[in-house]
Design a protein around this ligand. Structure first.
Ligand SMILES: Cc1ncc(COP(=O)(O)O)c(C=O)c1O
Length: 437
């Protein structure tokens, strides 16, 4: 940790406790010294199919040994084309008669950046409608439309309009029943001015606090985009590819987006992302979104191995079942009368995208970010990895392949961590070195 502090740039640190790993296996990380940690983050979902997944590891090793080039910029290779074709097969088409394309990138950030600039280019409109506390990327246009970054001081995109994301637990209208209608009314007003190229939205807002949108929200946005000739970009980077118990999280809303972005788990631990959308959005201008190692054979082979796991369906079904199991165990705890139980304001999620919102307690639902930081720290001490988002929400996104026994252990560790943190087991000094977000 000391050498890390001297060598690794602060701009890429988002630390919550002294986590260091020398190996990983499935849902486990191994610390120096050999202690095993149950990883309930899966590296922010990038290891969605588990560390060292044999199918992915084999594909990567084979591609590395005989790589047919290192890029698709100026030449193609079979895994890049097949990966793009498989993505076109996996992601439903909004208008089947219109040609679609796939941008292959390195991270959710560039996939969203390309999607946004493509929609702007195709419509000739500058505006983007996005949501407060949303996360679409850490650089460029994707960062400028990310409410999380803008709230933390990053420059907002000059043409972004932010709206509240409908949250029934903390309704911006004061009335949970009104949140969807209010947001859609505001969206209609913004779209009717005719300057909006695209609406970009997470189908379940993750870094914004694991907020599952109420019924009608995404369908309402879909209808408004159609009415006003704007594109609907659904950002599935964190919750796609089976995590919510469906192949695509937008399926829960019964909609089909114009552009879908994928990342994180798509690469099975190596950098890979994709934007899938109309050729009008992703073809022009030629050679305007270049990074040298885009479409490299190693990432593409990993992506194809991941898509085979997605098509198999077992991980998606497991996400649904294990998610239901974990939410039930946490809800049981919240109702248990144990020392930290009253600090659990809400347990929510879809599949294995789960949020545990920690509050002041004793009838006060005010967010308690300090308790959350301490509970995450205590969970690490007890042997589990879970990171806070939105200050006071513990995000639980383990590998989709996690076992029922590991879920039981996760609930045991997390509930004890909340009990202990509420009882003062972690000091202010212990968390002071970790700035988090
Ligand atoms: C919903 C969503 N979109 C995009 C991104 C950006 O992905 P990346 O960090 O791979 O650039 C993230 C990262 O947290 C995310 O959660």
């Amino acid at each position: 940790m000391a050498r890390d502090a001297q060598a690794i740039a602060g701009v890429e640190r988002l630390r919550f406790f002294p986590l260091a790993a020398i190996a990983g296996r499935g849902e486990l990380l191994v610390e120096p010294g050999g202690r095993e940690l149950l990883d309930l983050s899966a590296s922010w979902t990038a290891a969605g199919f588990g560390y060292g997944n044999p199918a992915i590891a084999e594909a990567i090793a084979a591609a590395a040994a005989t790589a047919p080039g290192a890029s698709i910029l100026s030449g193609t290779h079979p895994d890049a084309v097949a990966l793009a074709e498989e993505l076109l097969e996996l992601v439903p088409a909004r208008a089947p008669e219109q040609p679609r394309r796939v941008y292959l990138g390195h991270a959710g950030t560039d996939a969203n950046d390309v999607a946004l600039r493509g929609c702007r280019h195709a419509t000739g409109r500058p505006g983007v409608l996005a949501f407060e506390h949303g996360y679409h990327g850490g650089f460029g246009a994707a960062q400028g439309v990310s409410g999380v970054h803008v709230a933390a001081g990053a420059s907002a995109d000059p043409d972004v309009v932010f709206l509240p994301y409908p949250d029934r637990f903390r309704p911006h209208t004061g009335d949970a029943a009104m949140v969807v209608d209010d947001v859609l009314e505001r969206a209609a007003a913004a779209l009717s001015r005719g300057r909006i190229a695209a609406v970009i939205v997470e189908p379940l807002q993750s870094d914004g606090g694991l907020i599952v949108p109420p019924d009608g929200f995404l369908a309402g946005l879909r209808a408004l985009c159609d009415e006003h000739g704007s594109y609907l970009i659904v950002d599935e980077v964190k919750v796609g590819l089976g995590r919510t118990g469906r192949t695509h999280a937008f399926e829960h809303a019964g909609i089909v987006p114009d552009v879908v972005t994928l990342g994180k788990a798509l690469g099975g631990g190596v950098p890979l992302s994709a934007a899938i959308g109309p050729a009008d959005v992703l073809d022009e201008p030629t050679a305007s979104a270049l990074m040298t190692t885009i479409g490299n054979p190693i990432s593409c082979a990993a992506g194809r191995a991941v898509l085979a796991l997605v098509r198999d369906g077992a991980a998606t079904r497991n996400a649904d079942e294990r998610g239901t199991q974990l939410r039930a165990l946490l809800a049981q705890y919240a109702a248990s009368g144990r020392p930290g139980a009253e600090r659990v304001g809400d347990v929510r999620g879809l599949g294995l995208s789960i949020g545990v919102e920690l509050v002041v307690g004793a009838g006060d639902d005010a967010p308690d970010a300090v308790l959350t930081a301490k509970a995450a720290y205590r969970a690490w001490e007890l042997g589990a990895v879970a990171f806070p988002v939105r200050g006071n929400v513990l995000e639980l996104t383990p590998a989709l392949t996690i076992s029922a026994e590991a879920i039981d252990r996760a609930a045991t560790i997390l509930t004890r961590a909340i009990d202990d943190a509420a009882a003062g087991a972690v000091s202010d000094e212990q968390i002071a070195a970790f700035q988090g977000w």
